[in-house]
Ligand binder design. Structure first.
Ligand code: SF4
Length: 371
């Protein structure tokens, strides 16, 4: 039985520093680098993986999700759908004071409780509802395009009939987490112990504030997070001190490496992507059409948001990728174009959110991470 050190490489600075630390501590022969390919990556990231392989003398295992079976099953489901149930919008019911919620009661008059033991509020149906069944028109539309494309991100969205969102971020789970976990489970089934190395920093977000440096997940499986205490500047400096260049995307206004674009992409980043890499928004626009065809609603937008309109054409017109790019050029909540801002923010030849252009930041700060 061997201990295998599996490092998830994304092409970004944090996973690179983690990989370098894992190699330094455990030796090249005991480290396996994996890359979960979402199919929505920038070409520079694919090229950068090759650069890392060459520089570090390591083979990065590419993992790619396959949704062929799911798409074929969904096609079958749509073609056979004969449900006749209706689906209604609901609104909560209050007492006469308009503030006190009316509790929901079951057939015997008892108050219905949630899983947490709290009373569930009564609701009433509003409007005439919608048919749950796929209409014949929607069936024809979906069955005409719902074929596996070989691109994991697109196939996942066609299967789900929508793009992921902040509240339903199934992309991370389906395209990355599940692939990495399956890979590690295979190693464990082959009799190895696995240490999963993750490039996570506590100062990245609220969710990661309490991330542990080392933890046992279960029998034969541990997680190591060697850079939890480091800052972005420190991990960059550490990799530079080892003579490894960062992903070139950091030098092109991108402050993170991952999907191009990510569904959670910030306004300035979206603006920079549109200006620097126009082929990617064009690809997303094509995906919006294909995923929309696979949706019962008839449309889907890459960057979702609440919208007061009921008419799908209005919602799509306001939220499609080109509209979002136009919005990314605005200020004051998106209502007004800021021409000065547009001019000032036009991407320059070489800029970086981490000050990479200002070379000489020093590479010793994160040295202690390897201690
Ligand atoms: S959250 Fe963003 S980067 Fe992560 S898989 Fe989804 S789209 Fe890609």
């Amino acid at each position: 039985m061997r201990v295998m050190h599996v490092v998830s490489v994304s092409g970004g600075k944090d996973s690179l520093a983690t990989l370098l630390i894992a190699i330094a501590r455990c030796g090249l022969a005991n480290v396996i680098a994996i890359f979960c390919d979402t199919g929505n990556e920038h070409e520079d990231t694919y090229a950068y993986l090759g650069y890392l392989e060459q520089q570090l003398g390591i083979k990065i295992v590419r993992l790619k999700a396959d949704f062929t079976a799911e798409l074929l099953a969904k096609r079958m489901f749509i073609a056979r759908d004969v449900r006749n149930r209706r689906e209604y919008d609901t609104c909560p019911v209050f007492e006469a004071d308009g503030v006190t919620p009316v509790p929901k009661r079951d057939g015997r008059g008892a108050v219905v409780l949630s899983k947490k033991g709290k009373p569930v509020q009564k609701t009433v149906k509003v409007g005439g509802g919608r048919r749950v069944r796929w209409t014949n028109k929607a069936k024809r539309r979906a069955l005409a395009v719902m074929f596996p494309s070989g691109n994991p991100f697109l196939d996942l969205c066609m299967w789900k009939g929508r793009f992921p969102s902040r509240t339903a971020q199934f992309c991370t789970q389906e395209l990355k987490t599940n692939m990495a976990v399956a890979f590690q489970l295979e190693l464990m089934e082959a009799g190895h112990r696995v240490i999963s190395w993750q490039g996570i920093r506590r100062d990245e977000s609220e969710n990661r504030r309490d991330a542990k440096k080392f933890e046992r997940v279960g029998r034969g499986l541990w997680i190591a997070r060697p850079i939890v205490d480091n800052t972005a500047a420190e991990v960059l400096a550490f990799s530079a001190s080892r003579g490894i260049e960062p992903n070139p995307l950091y030098l092109q206004d991108m402050n993170r490496v991952g999907c191009m674009p990510c569904i959670n992409c910030s306004k300035p980043e979206l603006r920079a992507i549109a200006a620097r890499f126009p082929a990617h928004p064009a690809r997303i626009a094509d995906w919006e059409w294909r995923v929309g065809q696979c949706s019962k609603r008839g449309y889907s937008t890459f960057m979702t948001d609440a919208h007061p309109a009921k008419d799908r054409r209005v919602v799509f017109a306001d939220l499609n990728i080109w509209a979002r790019i136009e919005w990314s050029k605005t200020s004051r909540g998106g209502r007004q174009y800021n021409l000065l801002d547009e001019e000032e923010n036009r991407p320059s030849g070489c800029s970086s959110s981490y000050g990479l252009c200002d070379e000489g930041a020093g590479g010793a700060v994160a040295e202690e991470a390897t201690a």
